[in-house]
Design a protein around this ligand. Structure first.
Ligand SMILES: CC(=O)SCCNC(=O)CCNC(=O)[C@H](O)C(C)(C)COP(=O)(O)OP(=O)(O)OC[C@H]1O[C@@H](n2cnc3c(N)ncnc32)[C@H](O)[C@@H]1OP(=O)(O)O
Ligand SMILES: O=CC(=O)O
Ligand SMILES: [Mg+2]
Length: 571
């Protein structure tokens, strides 16, 4: 029997809605497989989709090549190789050059708030008093069709200044203040497809969809109202090589040319959050030198990348993740080198995210959490960072005070904190083995948090408060890879269970016990209605896979792709 798809016109998506046939007006070669919604169709216009399709066609082979190169690098590391400085780009590291001057609109970035592109949170973040809001389509967003499309609408309304939200339950109307944070947008990483938009028969590249739709609808307004003639502004995640920065640079130039705006209008901060990238910071800035506003220490993904890069190096097993803080030599060296490199090249060196969030029901614990964050930010500003990240508005006053006290009226420390001492940091410093122990509690925490995070992600929530910490995709990935690695090398635990080896039997028992604990904590009704069992199966599969998957979210993505009107479909 012919399938329903047989009856659809080629290269076009048709939706059955009520009794009429409705669909997106798409250019040739573009097929929208996500749910039709008249609101979404204002974002997915024919011209906007043409812009995205043009980007996809121009850059798809470059992206495929870059992802192939990642695989080759992985083979080298799995065969015992270590990442390091590239001798062929020594002249870029050693020569004197600087990036284009920082635009006035973003000279002062001392506190930046981050959060998913959810409507109320976008308004709260823009009103929060932070200098910048990084609207996140990445670590803190589960990339379902609904989340993405509503996110693009929210961003458009935010840039237009018309965004509002009526919280019916509390009867509160949210609107923008007169003064708002400057907006940066973080698209997905290069590896993630957008399976609801097909271009020439293939899923589109997720970040080109994010960038393309946001840029197309907002560049003109943004430059007028937010960027003082510059913009839009972006954060770029998870790059592993400067060739990936070069693709972004070309995408920016292509977009600027299309829009008829000056080269160098678009600006981006690159997250240094993979181990290979720490050895290529100069090269990454060099590729983006007309479009750069700095680098940032994405410390959580950095830890994930450390684990992944050394997946086949049993001599480099990390201790419990809570012990891998910024005081570890390799982490401190990474932050110091980010500062030195950025300031040498005339751009911002942004700090990272402390995972603590305010604790509402325990005053003492809340004070301790705030004190931890305060110390972390003090370390950053004294080291020379120009600004930092917070995940929650409740942390802004503390962080603002720390940066105000150190930087006073200076917008940043680019010219005052050169950190010449960090210029001698070596491969050994950046790769020094961390100190600490592996415990049963660390093993349990990874299991419990990994499963709970995934259960939330599968139901559309990409950032979750768990045990007074923010948990997002980066932390879940750390949990997964750490368990995978401890299982593979039968890591010995320390503490109360000194000498016990991690193996499948132990993991099975821990999963059972932690699932029972999760059920107790969230309540049986929520547990049964939620996706905890699916999350558990997926997490076990990922942790016990013979070959480590590069990204758990790629596997999990199959569960949230919903093709319309035929039903859910796997990539
Ligand atoms: C590794 C990385 O990539 S880090 C960057 C990615 N991660 C993030 O950006 C995390 C963003 N933070 C969050 O998502 C949230 O703070 C969470 C999930 C951790 C906690 O959220 P909640 O449990 O809702 O916090 P809580 O109830 O204390 O919120 C109080 C208020 O602050 C708002 N709020 C909390 N965090 C944020 C935020 N990041 N941006 C804007 N508003 C926020 C809430 O919406 C709520 O608003 P309301 O009073 O108007 O209703
Ligand atoms: O994106 C930030 C990180 O720490 O990861
Ligand atoms: Mg990250």
């Amino acid at each position: 029997m012919a399938s329903f798809e047989t009856f659809l016109p080629p290269n076009n998506s048709v939706q059955i809605k009520n009794s009429g046939i409705m669909g997106y007006d798409v250019p040739e070669g573009v097929d929208i497989r996500g749910r039709y919604d008249p609101e979404f169709s204002k974002i997915l216009t024919r011209d906007a989709l043409q812009f995205v399709a043009d980007l996809q066609r121009e850059f798809r082979n470059h992206i495929k090549y870059a992802l192939e190169c990642r695989k080759e690098a992985k083979i080298r590391y799995n065969n015992g190789g270590l990442p390091g400085f590239d001798p062929t780009t020594k002249n870029i590291r050693e020569r004197e050059w600087v990036c284009a001057p920082v635009p006035q609109a973003v000279a002062d970035r001392r506190v930046e708030i981050t959060g998913p592109v959810e409507r109320k949170m976008v308004i709260d973040a823009l009103n929060s008093g932070a200098k910048v809001f990084m609207a996140d389509i990445e670590d803190s967003l589960s990339p379902s069709w609904e989340n993405l499309m509503r996110g693009y609408i929210n961003l458009r309304d935010a840039v237009n200044g018309t965004i509002s939200f009526h919280d019916q339950a509390r009867n509160i109307v949210y609107k923008l203040n007169d003064q708002t944070a400057k907006l940066f947008v973080r698209p997905r990483g290069w590896h993630l497809p957008e399976a609801h938009i097909f271009i020439d028969g293939e899923p589109a590249t997720g970040c080109l969809v994010d960038f393309g739709l946001y840029f197309f609808h907002n560049y003109a307004n943004f430059r007028k109202t937010q960027g003082q003639g510059f913009g839009p502004f972006f954060y770029l995640p998870k790059m592993e090589h400067y060739r990936e920065a070069k693709i972004w640079n070309n995408v920016f130039e292509r977009a600027e040319k299309w829009a008829g705006i000056e080269r160098g209008s678009i600006r981006a901060t690159v997250l240094i959050e993979t181990l290979p990238a720490v050895f290529q910071m100069n090269e990454i800035l060099y590729e983006l030198r007309d479009h750069s506003v700095g680098l940032n220490c994405g410390r959580w993904d950095y830890m994930f990348s450390y684990l992944k890069t050394f997946q086949a190096h049993p001599d480099r097993l990390l201790p419990d993740r809570v012990q891998v803080g910024m005081a570890q030599h390799f982490m401190r060296s990474y932050s110091d080198l980010v500062i030195h490199t950025c300031h040498k090249r005339g751009v911002h060196a942004m700090g990272g995210m402390a995972a603590h969030i305010p604790i509402k029901d325990d005053l003492k614990a809340n004070e301790a959490a705030l004190e931890f964050v305060r110390k972390d930010k003090l370390r950053e500003v004294r080291a020379g960072h120009d600004g930092t990240w917070v995940a929650h508005p409740g942390l802004i006053p503390t962080c603002m005070e720390v940066f105000n006290n150190s930087m006073a009226n200076d917008p940043n420390q680019i010219h005052s904190m050169k950190r010449q001492d960090a210029s001698v940091l070596s491969e050994e410093d950046l790769l020094q083995k961390p100190i600490g122990v592996r415990t049963m509690e660390g093993f349990r925490l990874n299991t419990r948090v990994g499963i709970q995070y995934l259960a939330n992600w599968l139901t559309g929530l990409g950032c979750v408060p768990l045990y007074n910490f923010l948990e997002d995709a980066a932390v879940a990935e750390i949990s997964r890879v750490q368990i995978w690695q401890w299982l593979k090398y039968e890591a010995e635990l320390d503490g109360d269970v000194r000498g016990v080896k991690v193996n499948l039997e132990l993991f099975g028992r821990v999963v059972e016990e932690e699932m029972a604990r999760i059920e107790r904590e969230v309540g049986t009704e929520k547990f049964m209605k939620g996706m905890y069992k699916e999350a558990c199966r997926l997490f076990i599969k990922q942790c016990t896979a013979p070959v480590l998957d590069d990204f758990m979210t790629l596997d999990a993505y199959n569960y949230i792709v919903i093709h319309h009107p035929i039903g859910s479909s796997r990539l």
